[in-house]
Design a binder for this molecule. Structure first.
Ligand code: NDP
Length: 450
């Protein structure tokens, strides 16, 4: 039995109750064996056993009082997964589905993604099963303060630097940052995604969505194609999806769908990004509101999705951008996309495609950009925010955007060249996994058993 299979079997037995974590590990281990065969030092140093176990998992109680005066109880976590190449870095997710297994999947992905950015940041992730939906601003503030009252002792500008993720945007980061400052009396770059007037970076809000489109452009360039004139299906309607749509227009493409947890929008004339921002960033409303404001939009509630399929992936498109959440694109969806002529899939969300769907895309030979490469622009720009905070200066939007663009070009090149080196040209899953892994594994060996 191969080394990677043996480690995976042991992990599956130990963490059978964490399916998302096992799925993320399986996706990586499926591709690493050639690199493990090439360098026996990885097995000798038990790198797989060590890299699949978080260095630390912090689990804490978050108690707060809602607007009715009732005490509310949530669970908070920070998974400090791997610090071989830099301080832990990764977002905070506030969503009712959050548990330790989900955060371990996200933290594990983050190790390789952060390594691929070429910047010195380790992997981490955190969050809570708190549901921000329907909460007042004051409730959000009290929750963030209670969460930080526990978290502040484990993070710091050179220790662990959280950012946003699902349910954590500029508003939440502001409240979390204020609470950290009050508790520590220190004004430092401990969180990224901050407001522009207190240490935030221009282009951070746009970075993940923009970066995903830059990555798709690179994949298509390699095939002598471009996004210009392409019809695109986008899922999600949050931070990543909005700025993915915005950048698609800028490169001459047309996004025709978006979705949220309750339904999807199809508009063959193109998604209206200004209306989407108003509905999701300002009103924090459902997409039914978007349909009220845009007469050409068709709203399809989840209950009316075709059996076993996500509506968004049934729309005829040239390129697909899953930007909502994990496991939102199944084998059937992948087959439908391919049958409809889709030639490019770039993942803005983390682990949106199931392993079957990924294998289907790889077998078809279309341009497929896995999340840890295609959506690394967000964390890369967070690192640029850390750089600006450390040097107490602020760069222009154009400077940050151009650095982001170069980082995405380099990530693509690194993944593509690594795939070629291992005789798997075009397989960016293998290329990204091996390129991300090697750097972290070599650093772990160099630092000894610590
Ligand atoms: P947001 O909270 O801004 O938006 C998430 C969107 O996805 C919302 O439209 C939400 O719908 C929808 N959604 C969330 N959960 C589900 C679900 N279970 N089923 C259907 N729809 C769902 O999050 P982001 O845009 O920041 O994150 C989206 C994805 O991108 C996540 O996978 C995240 O990990 C990943 N990512 C984010 C980065 C960032 O910089 N923000 C960086 C790299 C990756 P609703 O509005 O109804 O809640």
């Amino acid at each position: 039995m191969s080394y990677s299979q043996q480690v995976f079997d042991e992990l599956s037995a130990r963490y059978s109750y964490q399916p998302e974590f096992l799925q993320a590990v399986q996706e990586v281990l499926n591709t690493l064996q050639p690199a493990l065969d090439k360098n026996p030092a990885y097995q000798k140093n038990k790198i797989l056993e060590r890299i699949t176990e978080p260095e630390r998992v912090i689990h804490f109680l978050v108690q707060w009082v809602d607007d009715k005066g009732e005490i509310q109880v949530n669970r908070g976590y920070r998974v400090q997964f791997n610090s071989a190449i830099g301080p832990y870095k990764g977002g905070l997710r506030f969503h009712p589905t959050v548990n330790e297994g989900v955060l371990k999947f996200l933290g594990f992905e983050q190790i390789f993604k952060n390594s691929l950015t070429g910047t010195p940041i380790g992997g981490g992730k955190g969050g809570s099963d708190f549901d921000p939906k329907g909460k007042s601003d004051n409730e959000i503030m009290r929750f963030c303060q209670a969460f930080m009252t526990q978290l502040f002792r484990y993070i710091g500008a050179t220790v662990d630097v959280p950012a946003g993720d699902i349910g954590v945007g500029g508003r939440e980061i502001g409240y979390l940052y204020g609470a950290y400052k009050r508790l520590t009396t220190s004004y430092e770059g401990v969180l990224t995604g901050k407001g522009l007037h207190f240490g935030g970076s221009l282009a951070r809000t746009e970075a993940t969505g923009y970066g995903t489109v830059y990555f798709a452009q690179e994949m298509l360039k390699d095939r002598g194609e471009s996004l210009e004139g392409k019809v695109c299906a986008v899922s999600g309607a949050g931070n990543v999806a909005i700025y993915c749509c915005e950048k698609l227009y800028q490169v001459g493409a047309k996004p025709v769908t978006v979705s949220d947890s309750r339904g999807a929008i199809y508009d063959e004339t193109g998604i209206k990004v200004d209306v989407l921002k108003q509905v999701k960033e300002v009103e924090r409303a459902s997409l039914t509101r978007y349909a009220e404001l845009v007469p050409t939009a068709k709203y399809v509630p989840v209950a009316e999705y075709p059996e076993g399929k996500h509506f968004v992936w049934t729309v005829k498109c040239d390129a697909a951008f899953p930007c909502a959440t994990q496991n939102e694109l199944f084998l059937e969806d992948a087959k439908t996309l391919l049958a409809n002529g889709c030639k490019c899939v770039a993942e803005g969300a983390n682990m949106p495609s199931t392993i079957d769907a990924i294998n289907c895309f790889l077998a078809s030979g279309i341009a497929y950009g896995p999340a840890k490469a295609a959506n690394a622009g967000g964390v890369a720009t967070s690192q640029l925010e850390m750089e600006q905070n450390a040097s107490m200066c602020a760069w222009t939007f154009e400077e940050v955007d151009s650095k982001l663009h170069n980082i995405m070009i380099n990530i693509h090149r690194n993944a593509a060249e690594t795939a070629k080196e291992y005789g798997a040209a075009g397989n960016l899953v293998l290329g990204a996994n091996i390129a991300g892994f090697r750097k972290v594994a070599d650093a772990m060996i160099a630092q000894g058993v610590i």
